[in-house]
Structures are given as structure tokens and as C-alpha cells.
Ligand binder design. Structure first.
Ligand SMILES: Nc1ncnc2c1ncn2[C@@H]1O[C@H](COP(=O)(O)OP(=O)(O)OP(=O)(O)O)[C@@H](O)[C@H]1O
Length: 263
């Protein structure tokens, strides 16, 4: 879908993800507090803020890695926090995807590249070996990994290749919602640029719905339709990406944009 088609779809459909008053504490310390937003189908929401602002805490609560203390998360209108364990597992296996900053956290390092992609398909019920291998080959191609590397383990791949493989593993099931935690972090600048380009193409071509956390404003400038700026666990500003970056209203966002706080 084109971004225009995405927008039309977004206008006619309800939010894919609705978050209300989400709060997570670590003892007396606030991880994130009273966070709320709606994400529409085909939309990319960027969450930015300095280190310790609560981005990772929020993402891990949204993605079901940690239970929040308060708040609601609705996926397609269904209350995710009330899901049974079996339903939650199904969600995490196929409908949702999570791209970790460190590919080692999202890959099985002892399994071949093809196996890493195929395994996710098998988790959602695929059984035919030839079809699985075909899909794995197709997805390796889409993330620019040569077909003759299909039987290599990720440990034989460069950092950029590992990250691309993690993306293939995540997207092969056609997830309806993708969470990304600093997907370009920890990579060389030139490798980052190539990955960002690839991500932008995939987001555009597949019409992905994404929540992406980063401290890198260049990443959200390229990928995100909307931005949420966090400070000390709270949302201080939200808006269209260009609006927030070109004309920040909040004093903290102004500092962030003028790169004083960029790490
Ligand atoms: N496991 C934990 N135990 C206690 N406090 C935590 C824990 N994880 C995060 N925090 C605290 O919660 C707050 C938000 O941290 P969080 O890691 O979510 O921020 P962040 O914006 O993702 O930072 P970074 O970009 O450095 O990852 C910080 O004050 C942090 O010290």
C-alpha cells in the first residue's frame, strides 16, 4: 500500500493499538507513567527521548514482556492484558513481531539462517518443508542476504546481516504489529544507513504498523509518521514527525532537537 492508501485505510478503520494511562514502576522509581496513544493500521509511531526517559520500559510493557502496574492496552479492540496465556503466546508468535536492538536477543544463534526464518513459520502452523524453505529463501532475498547463505548460522554473519536476518524472521509471518527497539543501534554508520533504507522500503511496501523506539532522530525522521517524545517516563509532546522536529513546542523537545541531549 502507498502511504496515501495507508492513510485512507487509517481513516476508515479504528485504531490497531490503543494505549491508555499505562504506568510501570520499579519500586519507587517511575519506568513510565500515564502513557496513552492510538496507533492506526499502516502507521509508524516513533518514541524518542534521552537515555532513561522510559522508552524501553514502555515498549516492553506494550509488547507483553513485562506487565504494567496500571493502564490498558487494546489490540484491535481486545484487552491484551486480559488475554489467556495461550492467546498471548499466539499473539507474540505470529500477529506481533519484536525487533531487538541486539540481533542475538532475537535470533537463535545455533540455528541456520533459513532455520531462523522457517522456525517462526512453523510456530504459526506451517508444516511443508519445501514451502517453508521457499519462504525463507524469499525473505532472505528481501533483506539482501544471498540465497547461498541460507544454511549458515547467524554467528557467521556480520552485525548488519544479523540484524537483517532478525527482521526477516520477524516479518515472515506477516505480523499486524511490529515493535522495534533501536533497530539500527550498535551498528556502523554506513551499515545503519543501509539498514534504515531497507526498513523504510519494507515499511512502505508492506504497509507495516510499527512502534519504534530510538534516541536517533534521523531514524524517526525517515521512518515515523508520528512522534511521541518522552522525558522522565512521561510523554511531553506528540505530533506529526515533521511538525515535532521542525517546530517543537515543548522546551525539552527543543533541546532534544537542537541535539543538546542527543546521545
Ligand atoms: N529493571 C529495572 N529496575 C529498576 N529500574 C529500572 C529498570 N529498568 C529501567 N529502570 C528505570 O526506569 C527508568 C526508565 O528506563 P528505560 O530503560 O525505560 O529508559 P530508556 O529511555 O529506554 O533508556 P535507554 O535509551 O538508555 O535504554 C529509568 O529511571 C531507569 O533507571
Amino acid at each position: 500500500m502507498t502511504s496515501m492508501q495507508n492513510r485512507i485505510a487509517a481513516d476508515s478503520a479504528g485504531p490497531l493499538l490503543s494505549v491508555r494511562a499505562l504506568t510501570k514502576r520499579y519500586g519507587a522509581r517511575i519506568g513510565c507513567a500515564e502513557v496513552g496513544f492510538d496507533l492506526y493500521p499502516g502507521e509508524v509511531l516513533g518514541i524518542v527521548g534521552e537515555s532513561g526517559s522510559g522508552k524501553s520500559t514502555l515498549l516492553s510493557c506494550l509488547a507483553g514482556h513485562h506487565p504494567p502496574d496500571e493502564g490498558r492496552i487494546l489490540f484491535d479492540g481486545a484487552d491484551v492484558l486480559g488475554f489467556s496465556e495461550a492467546r498471548r503466546r499466539r499473539l507474540l508468535r505470529g500477529e506481533w513481531a519484536y525487533v531487538h536492538q541486539n540481533p542475538r536477543d532475537g535470533l537463535r544463534m545455533g540455528v541456520s539462517a533459513g532455520g531462523n526464518v522457517g522456525e517462526r513459520l512453523m510456530a504459526v502452523g506451517a508444516r511443508n518443508y519445501a514451502t517453508i524453505r521457499e519462504s525463507a529463501t524469499d525473505w532472505l532475498g528481501r533483506v539482501e542476504i544471498a540465497a547461498d547463505r541460507i544454511d549458515d548460522r547467524p554467528s557467521a554473519f556480520s552485525g548488519g546481516m544479523q540484524q537483517r536476518l532478525q527482521i526477516a524472521r520477524n516479518l515472515v509471518t506477516g505480523p499486524r504489529l511490529v515493535f522495534m527497539d533501536e533497530p539500527t543501534g550498535g551498528l556502523d554508520v554506513s551499515v545503519q544507513a543501509r539498514l534504515l533504507d531497507l526498513l523504510r522500503g519494507l515499511v512502505r511496501d508492506l504497509g507495516l504498523s510499527v512502534v519504534i523506539v530510538t534516541h536517533d532522530l534521523a531514524v524517526v525522521r525517515l521512518l515515523a509518521d508520528r512522534l511521541m517524545v518522552m522525558k522522565s517516563g512521561r510523554v511531553v509532546e506528540t505530533g506529526l514527525t515533521d511538525q515535532v522536529l521542525d517546530d517543537p513546542q515543548d522546551a525539552y523537545t527543543q533541546l532534544l532537537v537542537s541535539s543538546v541531549l542527543q546521545v
